[in-house]
Design a protein around this ligand. Structure first.
Ligand code: INI
Length: 163
């Protein structure tokens, strides 16, 4: 039996964070949580790039550009889509999720989905640092784990792309 896992070390890893300005009251908390976790796990400040975009709909565009650009080992996407705010909640939420997944699959690096989708602003606040955790922190943990998992998979040989 072979079990392959990614560890939670951030030293030497280059992270880009795409953060949506819409509902900034919430997304700033996600950003602070993500940066805090990365630094506390050994990331260097110089290896963390933060890119702001207007809303969750725009997150995948910036994420794809960063993921394809070669300067990042992982991209963390942060945003907050709140149903109460908009009749087009479903479009924004699903397009941003699809776009983030596409950016990850096409680039070959982890692009992490850290977008809160909530029915109410109260729920969004709960998921950004009060009683239901902080999705920014969780996304940073996921980013570290996935980068280290990819490295493990590559060093295990068979998963490496042929040249
Ligand atoms: N963007 C969000 O990130 N969250 C929202 O809740 C939201 N609402 O409610 O409309 C939102 N809209 C803006 C959207 O992401 C785009 O920026 C805009 O449509 C321009 O493309």
């Amino acid at each position: 039996m072979k079990v392959i896992k990614g560890n939670l070390k951030a030293e030497g890893i280059r992270f880009s964070i795409v953060c949506s300005r819409f509902n900034e009251f919430v997304t700033q908390q996600l950003l602070d949580g993500a940066v805090d976790i990365l630094l506390r796990h050994g990331a260097a400040e110089k290896d963390i790039k933060i890119v702001w975009v207007p809303g969750a709909f725009e997150v995948p565009y910036a994420a794809k550009k960063l993921a394809d650009g070669g300067g990042s080992d992982a991209v963390i996407c942060l945003g907050a889509v709140v149903r109460g705010d908009t009749p087009h909640f479903d479009y924004i939420a699903s397009e941003s999720a699809k776009g983030i997944a596409q950016a990850s699959l096409s680039s070959g690096i982890p692009v992490i989905y850290g977008i809160i989708t909530a029915d109410t602003m109260e729920q969004a606040v709960e998921r950004s640092g009060s009683k239901a955790g902080n999705k920014g922190r969780e996304s940073a943990m996921t980013a570290m784990e996935m980068v280290n998992l990819y490295r493990e998979l590559d060093s295990n040989g068979t998963e490496k792309k042929s040249a």
